[in-house]
Ligand binder design. Structure first.
Ligand SMILES: Nc1ncnc2c1ncn2[C@@H]1O[C@H](COP(=O)(O)OP(=O)(O)O)[C@@H](O)[C@H]1O
Ligand SMILES: N[C@@H](CCOP(=O)(O)O)C(=O)O
Length: 321
């Protein structure tokens, strides 16, 4: 369940009046999926037209952090990329508040996410990610990467007493390996990355992509990491078994859209390792970390860190492109 903030019909009406002329709410329903924010489906009639939206209330992301994400989504949408750009209010601003929390109203995307993508759908996602990287070049704003070596090291120290010795050794070794390659990563093409292009963040309506959601991990980083994070989910199962055909299809479609450099091709296995490492750490933090977000009382389901460890270990065996 993911409705952490309850909104009354009166509160919703007041909010919608800042977006629409004489709005009449025709649908208002909490969305069960999701683990971080509160989301509601909202439909509104205004000026004789009915429109469909998702109201996202932010539980973790702060009002100070949001403008850069809003600018990115709006910039991508202007380029024709299917990002649900926050709708501006009548005064032109896109960041609203409800119950003292920041919120946005975004267009409702048709369809839903896939369960297990096919080969063709992996190719579609590869093309989509390449398109996002190209389109984001003209998007405004900048957000520095959060999951740096320093971030990893500090969480490794917090996690040390919770995980097994061999896991701690693996974690430390991988962080050091990543750190030693800093000069190489600095030479890889970079820009805005989605940062979390898992299967559940790409919506399909029939055979076509209808939208991409959850841009709240987006930041400036190596594009190859974004490709790796996506492939670790789209082309690899929970036991860490890569599907080589899907991997080839995903990467080939991406490469066709945004050709990979020779250095990126060489770094492929290392990128998959870093991609898995970052999410292994974030899932461990959710489970054990200080001030962790996904506590059981809120009804959250923890994502299994072992899956990311398995992917990390398998990524060692993936050849260069
Ligand atoms: N723009 C949208 N259009 C349609 N459904 C959406 C939209 N945004 C979110 N959702 C729905 O809400 C769910 C939770 O959204 P998500 O951003 O993944 O939440 P969280 O960050 O809390 O995990 C998604 O799985 C999807 O079903
Ligand atoms: N995709 C990540 C979780 C991201 O969390 P969200 O709340 O931003 O959807 C994972 O699988 O670990």
């Amino acid at each position: 369940m993911a409705v952490f903030t309850r909104v009354s019909p009166e509160q919703l009406q007041t909010l919608l009046e800042s977006y629409f002329d004489a709005p009449e709410v025709t649908e208002f329903q909490g969305i069960a999926a999701g683990i971080e924010n509160t989301n509601y489906f909202v439909s509104v009639k205004s000026g004789g037209e009915e429109t469909h939206w998702v109201l996202t209330i932010f539980e973790m992301v702060t009002a100070e952090e949001l403008p850069v994400f809003i600018g990115l989504m709006q910039g991508l949408a202007q380029q024709g990329f299917p990002a649900p750009a926050p709708h501006p209010m009548l005064d032109g601003s896109s960041l609203a508040y409800i119950e003292g929390k920041p919120c946005v109203l975004v267009p409702r995307i048709a369809g839903g996410h896939l369960d297990t993508p096919t080969l063709d759908q992996c190719a579609i996602a590869g093309d989509l990610l390449g398109a996002m990287h190209l389109a984001s070049q003209s998007a405004p704003g900048r957000r520095d990467v959060v999951r740096t070596v320093a971030w990893m090291q500090s969480h490794r120290d917090d996690l040390a007493s919770h995980i097994k010795q061999d896991e701690l050794a693996l974690l430390s070794g991988e962080i050091e390996h990543f750190q030693q390659q800093a000069d190489i990563w600095a030479q890889c093409p970079n820009g805005w990355i989605h940062g979390d292009l898992f299967v559940d963040n790409v919506m399909f309506d029939g055979d076509k992509v209808s939208g991409v959601i959850d841009f709240y991990h987006a930041c400036h980083d190596c594009w190859l990491f974004d490709l790796a994070v996506a492939c670790n989910d789209w082309c690899c199962d929970a036991e860490g078994r890569y599907d080589q055909e899907k991997l080839r299809a995903f990467v080939a479609a991406y490469d066709k859209k945004r050709p990979l450099t020779e250095l990126e091709k060489k770094q492929w296995s290392d990128a998959l390792r870093v991609g898995a490492l970052r999410f292994w750490i974030s899932r461990l933090i959710s489970q054990y970390g200080k001030g962790y977000q996904h506590d059981a009382e809120r009804g959250n389901t923890l994502k299994n860190p072992d899956e990311m460890k398995a992917k990390l270990l398998s990524a060692h065996k993936i050849a260069a492109l």
